[in-house]
Structures are given as C-alpha cells and as structure tokens.
Design a protein around this ligand. Structure first.
Ligand code: GUN
Ligand code: FE
Length: 467
C-alpha cells in the first residue's frame, strides 16, 4: 500500500453503471499523499475506525469522520464551460446564437486581452465552480494566450482538475476579437500547451485541449493545421461546438458547401477522435449519430443552454446517444445557458428529456413529426440515475479521465463532495425525512438542493472548499 496520508469515514454513493446507483455504507477510505484511494472498506461503524487503523498498523494520519446524515458523492464533471463567460451569464437568453455571439459574447470575451482582468475573473470562476462541486471542468478560454495561461495557473493553484483550451478563431468575428492568421492562432495554441505541460509536467490536474471554437470561426487552413497537430500528438483532446442550432448549421454549411453535414466536415480535418468532446449535438441525423459512435467521440450535453440561447431551443436526442453506447456527459456552457450549476444541468437534462418524450412518444410518430431530422424512437425520458451518471462517471469518460475519477474504487483519485441536507446546518429547504435512505437523499439533493448543501469539496484528496 502506498504511504497512507489521510482517512475519511462516511456513507458514499456513486454510479455502478448508467442505470444503477451503489451505496457504500459506513465506509472508511484511506488516501495516499497524492490523493489516490489505497483502501476502501465498507460497513465499519465510526466507533471502530481507530481499531481498524490500529490493526492495519496505520498511525498518525489525519482522520475525517463525517457525521451521520452527511453523504459523499463523486465530484461533478462539467464537460463544457466557457471560462470568460463567467461574468456574462444570464444575458441575452432569448437571442439566436450568432446574434448573441456578436452582440454579447465577443465584446465580453475581448476584455480578456488584459491579463489582469483575466486574473480577477478566473479567480472568481474557479472558486465559484469548486463551491458548486465542479471538481473537473473542460474549459474554453478566450482567444488570448496570456489569459488562457492565467486560467491554467489558477486551476492548478486552486486545485481544480481541468482541460484548458485557447479558442481558435481567425475569421467571422469582429476585428477587435479575431486572430489575424492561422499561423498566429497555431503558434499561440502551442505556447498554451507548452505552458500547461510546463507548470503541471506530470499531468496531475490540468491538461490541454485543442479548441477550434466552431467551424464558422476557423479558416480551412486553421482547421487543417489543428488536424496536423492531432495527428502528431494523439494524446491531445479536442473540443468544439457541434450541430448546436439551425442558425449555426445553416451558416456552417454555406461556408463549407462541399460538405452536407458537420460530421463529414470535422472528420475531413481529422478532428473527430475518441478524445473529441462535441458540445450540444442537438440537431442530429441518423448518419451523424452513427459517425459519432464510429469515431468514438464524446457528447457534452448542455440542456440549460440548449433550451435558451446556446442550443437553438432544442431537446437533444440524449437517450439515443446512450442507447448507442456513445459517451455522454453534462455541460453547463456558462453564458450559453444562464447557470453554471451542475444541479441545474441535471434537472434540465431530466425536464428536456420529458419534453422530448412527449414530442416523440412512439417510434412511428417520431419519424412522422421529427423536427430535428433524427429518427427518435422509444422512450426519450432520462432517469435520475442516468443524469447523475452523466454528471459524474459519464463526464469523466467524455473528458478522458475515467481511469482517475468518476467513481470510488481502489486506485482512483479522491474527487468528492460531502453533502449535508440537514436544515440546521445549511438553512436550505430540502424536504428531508428522518427515514430517508441515501438514494432518496441524493434524489432530493439533485432536485431541490443547492451549493449550500455542498459542505466539503475534495480534488485529488485535497480539501479545496469547505472546512
Ligand atoms: N458557438 C460558438 N461559440 C459559442 C459559445 O460561446 N457558446 C455557445 N453556446 N455556442 C457557441
Ligand atoms: Fe458553448
């Protein structure tokens, strides 16, 4: 056993599979100094913890015995978040995507040319995300190299796990917020990757992700150069917006008339790989769903954004992705929706799936009434187990970290949230009954709780929020 550094005792709950929760009652978790789980033993009453440690000859380690009533879940993974949009959340929610980018988002993101502005906002962002239980985020930065480096350093210092990408955008953006050439964009991207790999050489918390904003904002030369980077370094993750809204799809296909759909477009540049994270995927044909499956891409489902500005007011075919075995995580999208809460993302994933289910109750009707061109089919409604899975283990798969996080198991790193629903502590109005089981408490937390119920947040065994 690696040298034990701390012990945490409490009741754990995580996903055993997409559809199954597992409760680990009275569990003693022992962590190494690097935050890996080196021992995990359930059904040890708290009064016997000292005895257990003595028998194992484990002495002088920090112990956290959680009071009964609290429970522990894996940290949330936000698979799609625009870091510079932290301050603009809530603005322009009824606009269509390209108008919103021009009118609200680009002027806001342009401010990150000033690295001291980035320092201020990213400090608030990372603290705010950790407070809400987001232990891992896949971040789009602005197009600025320096500000993106600030984001990487802030995540590392504050202890948030993250994928970090400088946006590539060298056309169809206002002159005050547009790179001047593909070479400039690639050179700045390489500098950011170098910075991330220099400050975290062992890839303990942060890693780079190529971030062509979307095809509309990238020239052919830029997309080709990014494809070359991926071919030369297959460890690189990629993220982009994909089939987000009608307005965006129409603009994309008129800029690239040689392609009939976005799957063919991005794959022709070598940008669809098992490490690709595709945000939104709201308007999908059967052909493109199959392509995503065949390339092994992950989907960042952003239900809040999809029903507001950032997804064209659509309910994505998430059940179909899951049925096909496509990895799906949840994304808050930051400004594209109005909320950076993964609890909201879970709730909205449920609600939009119910709406989709009502629209497409049967396979036959789905074919006849489909507004999005996909074939629908069968029940479209997600379950609580499925949205919790997507917020944790599913997200971990999408961002390529499922060998480290997403569940509680030997060898995994301890990214976890301690949840407390007891009224006297949090003052939050969660309708708790004395005889509620742990799965019931989890359900109530997801549907009625908020960040005041997240009393401790751990990343890699380090307490990054709470006391
Ligand atoms: N497409 C290109 N940029 C963006 C963005 O910032 N947000 C959303 N939701 N979609 C985009
Ligand atoms: Fe987005």
């Amino acid at each position: 056993m690696a040298e034990p550094a701390q012990a945490i005792h409490g009741t754990l709950i995580h996903s055993l599979s997409q559809t199954q929760l597992q409760v680990l009652p009275d569990t003693l978790i022992i962590l190494s100094s690097s935050g890996s789980i080196v021992s995990l033993q359930s059904n040890i009453p708290s009064l016997q913890v000292n005895n257990f440690l003595a028998v194992q000859r484990i002495e002088h380690i920090r112990q956290t015995i959680l009071p009964s009533g609290q429970f522990v879940i894996p940290g949330f993974v936000d698979t799609h978040n625009h870091a510079p949009q932290w301050m603009q959340r809530g603005l322009g929610q009824g606009m269509h995507i390209l108008d919103w980018l021009d009118g609200i988002t680009f002027p806001n993101e342009a401010k990150f040319a000033d690295a001291s502005h980035a320092e201020k906002v990213y400090e608030k962002l990372v603290r705010g995300m950790l407070r809400q239980g987001v232990t891992t985020a896949s971040y789009y930065g602005s197009l600025h190299q320096e500000a993106t480096n600030v984001l990487a350093s802030t995540c590392l210092e504050r202890g948030q796990r993250a994928l970090i990408g400088k946006c590539n955008m060298n056309r169809n953006s206002p002159s005050f917020y547009c790179e001047t050439s593909a070479e400039e964009s690639i050179s700045a991207t390489k500098s950011c990757i170098h910075h991330i790999r220099t400050i975290d050489p062992k890839n303990t918390l942060i890693k780079p992700v190529l971030t062509p904003r979307f095809a509309i904002s990238c020239t052919v030369e830029l997309l080709q150069s990014l494809g070359t980077m991926v071919r030369n370094d297959t460890s690189l993750a990629i993220q982009t917006h994909f089939n987000e809204a009608k307005q965006e799809i129409n603009a994309t296909l008129s800029l690239f008339p040689e392609f009939k759909n976005e799957a063919d477009l991005y794959s022709s540049f070598g940008l669809l790989t098992p490490k690709t994270i595709l945000a939104h995927c709201t308007i999908m044909t059967e052909y493109e769903i199959q392509k995503l499956h065949d390339f092994g891409c992950g989907v960042a489902h952003c239900p809040t954004a999809n029903m507001t500005v950032g997804g064209g007011f659509m309910a994505a075919p998430v059940k179909e992705f899951l049925r096909r075995g496509i990895n799906v995580g949840l994304g808050t999208d930051s400004g594209g929706g109005y909320s950076s809460s993964m609890l909201n993302a879970m709730r909205h994933a449920l609600i939009t799936s119910y709406a989709r289910d009502a629209l497409y109750p049967t396979f036959k009707q789905a074919k006849e009434t489909s507004v999005s061109g996909d074939k629908g089919g069968g029940k479209e409604a997600l379950s609580l187990e499925e949205v919790f899975y997507m917020a944790t283990q599913g997200g971990a798969k999408v961002v390529g970290l499922d060998d480290k996080i997403g569940e509680f198991a030997l060898g995994r790193e301890f990214d976890a949230l301690v949840i407390d629903l007891r009224d006297e502590r949090s003052g939050v109005n969660v309708p708790l009954d004395e005889d509620d089981s742990t799965p019931r408490m989890l359900e109530k937390f997801i549907m009625t709780g908020d960040d005041r119920n997240i009393v401790q947040v751990y990343v890699k065994g380090r307490l990054v929020h709470g006391e």
